[in-house]
Design a binder for this molecule. Structure first.
Ligand SMILES: Cc1ncc(COP(=O)(O)O)c(C=O)c1O
Length: 362
């Protein structure tokens, strides 16, 4: 289905005030925003407007009961300046998987993709040209009924905002394996990209940061043995030349970067195991000298090298980044796919403009 998305352009671009060589993550917002409303039955009034505050009723259900889900994506430019999206259909599908879990209406794939595509096209000048930098895209849907009382909202707002970003973790990260607090268990909302998952993670993350770590590495309750993921990333370990990542079994976000990495490594002939892995296996490999690399993977961080992992009294110091063959290869490959340095044989990198021209299934 082809949506008619109205466009009102800003007369006061803020682009001149942004230094692309020095962009902190999450602080700059581009000139325009996409908005669509769910009126209880249909998605209506899709529009692109100048980026501005909107007013919210104090009883907005999303604020009270947490029906709020989002995505995190990136648009980049190829070396010859063409704006591109990375795996947008997969993000649209995950948004709808989150919507189902949180009892929210699904967004037709064509509305998600056309809104995103048009918005990025309108603000294409906001895409930083440097490899490793990008235009971060934040689709968000929240409950918008004005009602006090616990039930699913009837009305929702779907917005997409964007902003230029530099690298998320400019240096290798220090992780603390968490053996008291828990992010998610099977059957909870861990697999959804739901705002509340992040809220619940803030106290343990703050406590870990006060001890000198960047992020928590989550372990599965109640045993606190099986490794799940890291704050905003999935996690990978290279033990004896084999790359291992936890299976996403209902409590872990199904990362799109994770999926891309597994595919790329297997195609390159690197052995990859997707399975449950315990912290004890990790400690044993560390002590035996076979834990070669640890890295996190996510849209924001792309591939983020891990320098240390604390578990109980043990601080594991991992080998220097310079010698890390697999994570360096995979980071370079994903950056290179996004910039067009490597050929995209999977159809992952989609030129901006495609969803305006083609009829996409509703
Ligand atoms: C909790 C969590 N896990 C994993 C990821 C990585 O997912 P993706 O690669 O799709 O960005 C993210 C980032 O979105 C995240 O927030």
């Amino acid at each position: 289905m082809k949506y008619t998305i109205s466009l009102t352009k800003t007369e006061n671009s803020k682009l001149g005030g942004v230094d692309f060589n020095n962009i902190p993550f999450g602080r700059h917002f581009s000139d325009h925003i996409f908005i669509a409303d769910f009126d209880g039955e249909n998605w209506v009034n899709p529009r692109i407007e100048p980026f501005a505050n909107f007013s919210i009723h104090p009883a907005c259900m999303g604020l009270h009961y947490g029906q709020s889900i989002f995505e995190g994506m990136k648009a980049t430019k190829t070396l010859d300046g063409q704006p591109m999206l990375f795996r947008p259909e997969m993000h649209a599908a995950r948004m709808n998987a989150s919507a189902r879990r949180m009892c929210m209406p699904e967004i037709p794939e064509s509305l998600f993709l056309q809104g995103l595509d048009m918005l990025v096209g309108v603000d294409a000048d906001w895409i930083p040209p440097q490899e490793g930098s990008a235009l971060y895209l934040r689709p968000l849907m929240f409950a918008n009924d004005e009602f006090i009382g616990v039930r699913p909202s009837a009305k929702y707002k779907f917005i997409i905002m964007t902003g230029p970003v530099g690298p998320y973790y400019p240096k290798p990260v220090r992780l603390m394996a968490e053996n008291h607090f828990v992010r998610a268990v099977n059957g909870s909302t861990g697999e959804a990209k739901a705002a509340g998952n992040y809220a619940g993670a803030m106290l343990p993350t703050k406590m870990a940061q006060e001890k000198g770590f960047d992020q928590v590495m989550w372990l599965e309750s109640p045993e606190f043995k099986y490794i799940q993921e890291v704050g905003t990333m999935n996690i990978f370990f290279v033990i004896n030349g084999v790359t291992i990542t936890p299976v996403t079994d209902g409590a872990i976000l199904k990362g799109i970067t994770r999926d891309s990495i597994i595919t790329l490594l297997r195609e390159e002939g690197y052995p990859v195991e997707v399975r449950r892995i315990t912290i004890d296996e990790l400690v044993a490999a560390y002590k035996a000298g076979t834990l070669e690399e640890v890295f996190g993977a996510g849209t924001a961080a792309v591939v983020s090298h891990v320098s240390h992992i604390q578990y109980d009294e043990l601080l594991m110091e991992l080998p220097p980044v310079e010698g890390r063959k697999i994570s360096r290869w995979v980071k370079d490959h994903i950056d290179g796919l996004r910039s067009g340095r490597f050929e995209d044989t999977h159809g992952w990198v989609v030129p901006v403009g495609v969803f305006q021209e083609e009829e996409v299934p509703a």
